[in-house]
Design a protein around this ligand. Structure first.
Ligand SMILES: [Mg+2]
Ligand SMILES: [Zn+2]
Length: 195
């Protein structure tokens, strides 16, 4: 552990759609949000050791399908779902951009859209997160790349949502799992190995 990072906690960065919650494309209805299988167990296992963050591409904003304000009830609902399991969602980070959007103010190549790592790096600055002690979990390889670029370890949730399988040096996950409980158990076993 580098000097000066002792007091910095690690974080779990969850992709939102298809990873933390069931994948309903461009959904902004809080009543349709539900955790994927094993997420409740994962939160219970990890909450003592890690901050929880969502890092989500929300291209629906650039595409004109909904507005940034429409994410407020989504964030609120996910926070409530965390608290139902005694866990805290520390922050919800999203990228509203897309290079081929319809809304000009959101249509450009940004650094925050995954596979870029800016959302994770910004979260780390705001919340004093040690990225090297953190994990990114996602259901596509862009999530893996974002996590690796930020210096996190990565877990790929293999539930059939990756379709392109583009290769790359940052696109090889540390682990592949079928649900978030498996991910949590792997994260905990890595902690015990380190000690
Ligand atoms: Mg996803
Ligand atoms: Zn962006």
């Amino acid at each position: 552990m580098a000097i000066g990072t002792e007091f910095h906690k690690g974080a779990i960065f969850f992709d939102k759609d298809g990873t933390l919650v069931e994948n309903i494309p461009y959904n902004i209805d809080p009543n349709k949000i539900s955790f994927t299988p094993g997420t409740d167990r994962a939160l219970a296992l990890l909450k003592e050791f890690y901050q929880f963050h969502v890092v989500s591409n929300q291209a629906g904003i650039a595409l004109g399908m909904f507005e940034e304000e429409d994410l407020a009830p989504v964030k609120k609902r996910i926070r409530e779902m965390f608290s139902e399991f005694g866990a805290e969602l520390k922050d919800f980070h999203y990228c509203p951009h897309h290079p081929e959007g319809n809304i000009s103010s959101y249509t450009f190549e940004c650094d925050c859209r995954k596979p870029g790592s800016l959302m994770l790096e910004t979260a780390a600055q705001i919340h004093y997160i040690n990225l090297n002690a953190s994990w990114m979990i996602g259901d596509i390889l862009d999530d893996v790349e974002a996590g690796k670029r930020a210096g996190c370890r990565t877990i790929f949730l293999d539930v059939g949502n990756e379709t392109e399988w583009l290769p790359g040096e940052f696109r090889v996950p540390d682990y592949i799992v079928n649900n978030l409980e498996e991910a949590a158990l792997l994260i905990l076993s890595n902690r015990s190995i380190k000690i």
